[in-house]
Design a protein. Structure first.
Length: 248
């Protein structure tokens, strides 16, 4: 992030009780929490072992109502500049910080036996806030997600960018787009860098991510909504794509 002051300002924006006047912005974000665990495989283990362990984890959490609103997803890196530094990412999505830390509290007190069986070694653990912009219609299958590190232009706020993303997503949907989008604000555990947020663009199937790229260039690029969004963003870099597996 640019500095501690800007980070604190961003964090203030992310609180569920957003204090801006309702008429300042067109849309109201509905924030959620998410944990990203970056891992390497233990010797002799692979992604299939992780999927099996994930199924055991889901069975374990299904016995405890505190995990009812928790959504786990596994990522396998595909197009990535750091394939030697990671083998998988485990994502856990929560509706809010209260439920997240109740679940974490229960896990650190009772999940030791299951943790011993995990086929991975942790590399990095990142706590984030997320602002969902759009969601794909239809059941999620083996999908794909692209992350990019994005900077806003000077004087631009996260809420302005969120409004522009919402307008863009609505316009894109009218042209056949069916992608999910999120603005992600990394907190504890994040890698420092010259970015303001991470942009997530995801599809319910791997094929749909490719089809959406062609659709963008043929039908959406250069639209009013596309230009309006571009006027607020300074740059997006370090794009990487993962194959996604929802565990429940």
């Amino acid at each position: 992030m640019k500095n501690l002051t800007s980070m604190l300002a961003i964090c203030a924006l992310l609180m569920p009780a957003i204090t801006h006047a309702q008429d300042e912005y067109k849309y109201e974000p509905v924030p959620n929490k998410a944990e990203y665990y970056v891992d390497k495989f233990k010797p002799g283990k692979d992604f299939e072992d992780l999927l099996k362990w994930g199924e055991d984890l889901v069975k374990w959490t299904s016995k405890h109502s505190i995990y009812d609103n928790w959504q786990p997803v596994l990522f396998m890196p595909y197009f990535n500049s750091s394939l030697q530094s990671l083998d998988s990412v485990f994502l856990g999505i929560w509706p809010n910080a209260t439920e997240q830390y109740i679940g974490l509290d229960y896990w650190v007190k009772n999940g030791g036996d299951l943790l011993k069986k995990v086929p991975t070694i942790p590399v990095q653990a990142i706590d984030t806030w997320q602002w969902p912009v759009s969601s794909p219609e239809g059941d999620m299958e083996v999908g794909a997600v692209r992350f990019s590190d994005c900077k806003m232009k000077d004087g631009v706020t996260g809420r302005q960018v969120f409004d522009a993303y919402k307008d863009f997503a609505i316009a894109a949907k009218s042209k056949g787009d069916n992608l999910g989008r999120k603005m992600i604000f990394p907190g504890s555990g994040a890698t420092e860098g010259d970015y303001d947020y991470v942009y997530s663009l995801y599809a319910r199937t791997v094929a749909e991510l490719g089809a959406a790229a062609d659709n963008y260039w043929m039908n959406i690029n250069g639209s009013d909504e596309d230009k309006a969004l571009g006027e607020l963003i300074d740059s997006c870099s370090n794009s990487r794509i993962y194959i996604t597996h929802q565990l429940k």
